[in-house]
Design a protein around this ligand. Structure first.
Ligand SMILES: *Cc1c(COP(=O)(O)O)cnc(C)c1O
Length: 396
């Protein structure tokens, strides 16, 4: 029996059947270029407009025209950070973000530093919550942009977005949030949350890879980062990716429609998983916030274990998980998120992210915990630092 269990939904999801169905006509029926003036173009535009309406509705934007489609979360983040910083340079060259952002935010900020911008990277507490005190101390009249993610992709911590947005606005700064991991997990309402600019992505919510959007509130000054055609009201050049946008629109509608029921199911899966882990494995630490968290993401450190070795053993058993630092896999550096939360390098390197989704069942969890228990025991047997490993050495 060759089991295959996917437990890495925070990295990407499959494309749901409903989404695929919605996309199908875009490949061979309504396949025109949305910039064309003829009927083929107009038909494509109609589908894109409907998707734009769906995205706007899902996040409670005032107008659909505040939604700009991009190639994904990475582009949305790059555009938000660079486009806002450059367009608002007259106000000041100071940007505030957090130490636990996605690489696409952190690297965009580093590029801006090379252009002469000054960036403050706010620290987080042991649960991954951004320090509001540090925000208040670092923000000033020269701050043009504050960017803090809604939900962290490694540990699932949910930030106090509204508080942070309010503080940004006190100083006339624009507030951006990377909400890629929040869509489908939390009710995202740009008006209630006082968000000016928001990045979202398709492939974390059962739409295809390579599509996303940036919400830009009417009146926010932003420059394009791509040179080219006049698509997306002149702000995002490139031929409109009609099929993926259509899929994304459907996916965000479904994610919003099913949010409560999905989260309820994920909460029960999560609690079941954690109780079984606690029953079977000693010396573990669950990372993240005790209650300001999303249900689907569980981040666990296993003492005396190398996460990469554990990932390999689980993979051999057909179970797909991620180390704390999925995007930096291949490097030997520990996760910047876990380091910022104060974990030791050793503990950070023994950390696995389990992320559950639509297809996860309790039976999957039983199998995962069975293999996890075996694999952790096996690795600790070999570890010179664990009690069992030490004992084994002494026996020799
Ligand atoms: C996945 C992810 C991104 C990047 O989105 P892509 O569409 O893959 O480029 C950005 N931020 C967070 C928090 C993510 O989880």
């Amino acid at each position: 029996m060759n089991k295959k269990i996917y437990c890495d939904y925070a990295a990407t999801t499959f494309v749901s059947g409903e989404v695929m169905q919605e996309m199908m006509p875009c490949f061979n029926t309504v396949w025109g270029n949305a910039s064309s003036l003829h009927s083929f173009g107009r038909e494509a535009v109609a589908l894109v407009d409907r998707a734009r309406d769906r995205v706007a509705k899902a996040i409670n934007a005032d107008k659909s025209s505040e939604v700009y489609f991009t190639s994904g979360g990475t582009e949305a983040n790059n555009w938000a950070i660079k486009g806002i910083a450059r367009a608002n340079r007259a106000k000041g060259n100071h940007i505030i973000t957090s130490a636990i952002e996605h690489e696409s935010v952190l690297e965009a900020c580093r590029q801006l530093e090379a252009e002469g911008f000054v960036v403050t990277y706010l620290p987080v507490d042991e649960h991954g919550l951004v320090s509001i005190t540090d925000l208040i101390h670092s923000i000033n009249e020269k701050t043009s942009l504050v960017s803090v993610m809604s939900v962290n992709n490694e540990v699932g911590t949910v930030q106090n977005i509204k508080t942070i947005a309010n503080i940004a606005h006190e100083y006339g700064a624009i507030f951006h949030t990377d909400a890629v991991q929040a869509i489908g997990a939390l009710k995202m309402n740009v008006k209630d949350m006082d968000v000016d600019v928001m990045s979202i992505s398709g492939h974390k919510i059962y739409a295809p890879k390579g599509v996303g959007a940036l919400y830009v509130k009417n009146g926010v000054k932003i420059e394009p980062i791509l040179a080219g055609g006049n698509q997306e009201r002149g702000l995002r050049a490139g031929t409109t990716n009609v099929p993926s946008i259509v899929g994304f629109g459907k996916a965000i509608e479904i994610a919003t429609r099913d949010l409560v029921i999905n989260q309820k199911k994920l909460k029960s899966i999560r609690n079941y998983f954690l109780s079984k882990v606690a029953e079977n494995i000693s010396d573990v630490q669950v990372n993240g916030h005790p209650y300001q968290k999303v249900q689907g993401t569980v981040n666990i450190s296993f003492k005396f274990v190398e996460a990469e070795a554990l990932l390999t053993l689980l993979d051999m058993a057909g179970i797909a998980v991620s180390t704390g630092s999925a995007c930096t896999s291949g490097s030997t550096l520990p996760s910047h998120v876990l380091k910022a939360m104060g974990l030791s390098t050793e503990l950070a390197k023994g950390t696995i992210r389990f992320s559950f989704g639509k297809s996860t069942t309790k039976e999957d969890v039983d199998y995962i915990v069975e293999k996890l228990t075996e694999s952790v025991a096996k690795l600790r047997e070999l570890s010179p630092k664990s009690k069992r490993g030490r004992k084994r050495k002494e026996d020799k």
